[in-house]
Design a protein around this ligand. Structure first.
Ligand code: HXC
Length: 262
């Protein structure tokens, strides 16, 4: 899983935890197609790897990602964008990753960088992080969920204001508005915090971690009634796992569960 790539770094910093660091420093981690292909490959490898149970995605202290690569997009025509289904790679893999992804956002998370951060299951940031959807200033609009995920998170009026003016919002605001689950004082603390949370998740049963991610995500695009039914069915299904027996027996015997992941 820790393959060498051109635009990202991939590590296994602690048991069960995969770490992907966006690494195009000279372009502030602008999300070129080449970078995204590598990111998808690394995520897929972690998802397929039996020893990984949670993934942390981060950038540098200066930039999580300053957006889609403007140099790559500048001369793109409508027909080329349409015919090649430009940026389809952004939604080909990430929505299908079954292990939790925690984004640790420091520095700029702009345009596609903000959208990528919003694709994570848990978002942590530092107070000095800068989020925004500045696409309007380039004569375009968000294209990878900014108008959808951000609006669902922060409400229509705030999202409209941000997307129509292109103004940024801070890491502190991200915390206040519920975009970020936690806000840290420094970039280092943010990455450490994400790794700690990933480590905790990695200590749970893989089956219940996958199921938990699946049911929470279900709530994002279904009615409450359907979501509740879905949750209950998945909940019932877990009584067919060994890990349910292991987890509950360990509680009663006051022991630490030794998950079988079956
Ligand atoms: C390509 C980028 C880039 C980007 C920065 N760079 N952002 N290259 N695409 N999105 C490059 C710069 O051209 C420059 O390269 C180098 O990174 C350093 O950037 P500077 O601007 O010199 O740094 P700084 O003065 O610190 O300003 C940082 C910044 C600014 C405020 C983040 O770079 C900026 O505004 N970037 C663009 C942000 C943006 O508009 N993002 C949205 C993109 S559209 P050189 O070669 O000059 O040294 C988008 C659409 C998504 O994301 C739609 C769905 C995919």
């Amino acid at each position: 899983v820790t393959k060498k790539y051109e635009n990202i770094l991939v590590e296994l910093p602690k048991p069960g935890v995969g770490l992907i660091t966006l690494n195009r420093p000279r372009a502030l981690n602008a999300l070129s197609t080449a970078l995204f292909v590598e990111l998808n490959d690394a995520l897929q490898n972690f998802d397929n790897d039996d020893s990984t149970n949670a993934i942390v995605l981060t950038g540098s202290e200066k930039a999580f990602a300053a957006g889609a690569d403007i140099k790559e997009m500048k001369d793109l025509s409508f027909s080329k964008a349409y015919n090649t289904n430009f940026i389809a790679s952004w939604s080909s893999t990430i929505p299908n990753i079954r292990k939790p992804i925690i984004a640790a956002v420091n520095g700029h998370a702009l345009g596609g960088g903000c959208e990528l951060a919003l694709m994570a299951d848990i978002l942590y940031c530092s107070s000095s992080a800068t989020f925004g959807q500045p696409e309007i200033k380039l004569g375009i609009i968000p294209g990878a969920g900014g108008s959808q995920r951000l609006t669902a998170l922060i409400g229509k009026s705030r999202a409209m204001e941000l997307i129509l003016t292109g103004k940024n919002f801070s890491g502190i605001e991200a915390g206040q508005w519920g975009v970020a689950a936690r806000v840290f004082d420094s970039a280092e603390d943010c990455v450490q915090g994400a790794l700690e949370t990933a480590g905790k998740i990695a200590g749970m049963s893989k089956i219940s971690v996958r199921a938990a991610k699946e049911v929470v995500n279900k709530s994002q695009d279904t009615s409450l009634r359907e979501g509740l039914d879905y949750e209950r069915k998945v909940f019932h299904g877990l009584f067919g796992s060994q890990d349910q027996k292991i987890g509950m027996s360990a509680f009663i015997e006051k022991k630490k569960p030794g998950w079988s992941n079956e």
